[in-house]
Ligand binder design. Structure first.
Ligand SMILES: Cc1cc2nc3c(=O)[nH]c(=O)nc-3n(C[C@H](O)[C@H](O)[C@H](O)COP(=O)(O)OP(=O)(O)OC[C@H]3O[C@@H](n4cnc5c(N)ncnc54)[C@H](O)[C@@H]3O)c2cc1C
Length: 323
């Protein structure tokens, strides 16, 4: 199977349904831009997911002329199909990073989590994006006893070297969080948040287009070349000359960008939503109303839908050889 085959979802993602967006009728899919392609810009952004749109806002606000292009509909990649869990939680032991890259790098990496979160929260507030952003907290549930022991060590270490807000929860304390005794304990990140992925993307797209930055759908960057003046990128709708290029193509990087493709590790992950459930069932399954993830590598993650009516469940699948 080629990676491109994975780009199409197996059904209609929950976040794309009217049901998911019913709390905000202004959230509509933005059709491909009808404005002309800018053929000479300071910054060309390839890919119109969170990364590309956020970069477009930043570049425009610094005074650059910007063009955004996407191979398909903006957002149809990971940015409208994810779990909507906001906040970085460490998955690699601190000691492992410190051993491989040094103590200073390890501190830097772990301390970036708060800055990244603050950036996203600030972006949402500044652009007044209505995306159900809620600081509900996240629990990272220990799949084995050994994982819980590692969590204890991690909390001890990070409490000393970072300002990450985290608490250890014993197995007994988990009773108030999740309706299962599967887990051996957890780390609680009280400051982490939830959001509606598609509404977040929609808000970013609006923020870009309101600035007058064109976003072209169905406009794949097929080839690129570099000379003293910058880059020339070929698309089906014409060539674009750009002083700078931001490649924001995520796991969909392919074709002309093979050098980068070989350096991106695609992770296959799937999301499903239950039918609406009774408040009794939901209160039993997720009494803490947190974002919930597991420590095992092929992990599950789950949450309540923003309207509190369903469980949205995600899981990593087996890795597929793509190139
Ligand atoms: C099922 C799932 C659950 C997830 N859950 C979470 C979560 O809960 N929390 C979290 O923080 N992260 C989560 N993620 C990860 C998160 O969704 C991504 O990190 C994020 O959306 C990446 O955004 P992006 O803009 O970099 O890429 P994308 O949104 O994937 O956008 C890349 C874009 O590049 C375009 N493109 C590719 N090649 C070209 C080309 N040659 N020319 C033009 N355009 C091109 C594609 O069409 C696509 O639109 C999840 C991901 C998945 C798949």
């Amino acid at each position: 199977m080629q990676f491109a085959d994975l780009a199409e979802p197996l059904g209609t993602p929950y976040w794309w349904t009217a049901d998911a967006a019913e709390t905000d009728t202004d959230v509509l899919w933005v059709p491909p831009s009808k404005t002309a392609l800018r053929d000479d810009v300071d910054v060309l952004i390839i890919g119109a997911g969170y990364t590309g749109l956020s970069a477009a806002i930043a570049a425009h606000d610094q005074g650059a002329s910007v063009q955004v292009i996407d191979a398909g509909d903006p957002g149809k990649g990971a940015s409208t199909r994810n779990g909507g869990m906001c906040g970085a939680h460490p998955r690699i032991p601190y000691e492992q990073v410190a051993k491989q890259f040094g103590e200073a790098t390890a501190r830097g990496v772990f301390n970036e989590a708060n800055q990244a979160f603050a950036f996203v929260e600030n972006l949402i507030q500044r652009e007044a994006i209505n995306c159900d952003f809620t600081r509900c907290g996240r629990i990272q549930c220990a799949w084995t006893k050994a994982h819980y022991a590692a969590q204890q060590r991690l909390v001890d270490k990070l409490s000393a070297v970072s300002d990450i807000d985290m608490q250890l929860l014993s197995r007994d304390q988990l009773v108030g969080e999740v309706g299962t005794d599967q887990y051996f304990g957890a780390i609680l990140f009280p400051g982490h948040a939830s959001l509606h992925p598609r509404k977040f993307h929609q808000g970013l797209l609006s923020a870009v287009t309101v600035r007058g930055v064109p976003v072209h759908a169905d406009c794949m960057a097929n080839e690129w070349s570099k000379d003293a003046a910058g880059f020339v990128v070929k698309t089906p709708h014409g060539d674009i000359r750009a002083r700078n290029v931001v490649l924001a193509t995520n796991g969909y990087t392919q074709g002309a960008f093979r050098w980068w493709q070989r350096r991106v590790f695609p992770v296959a992950s799937f999301l499903i939503a239950t039918e609406p459930l009774s408040s009794n069932v939901l209160g039993t399954l997720a009494p803490g109303k947190r974002m919930m993830v597991e420590t095992r590598s092929a992990h599950s993650y789950f949450r309540l839908s923003p309207d509190g009516s369903r469980i949205v469940y995600g899981g990593l699948s087996a890795y597929i050889k793509t190139c």
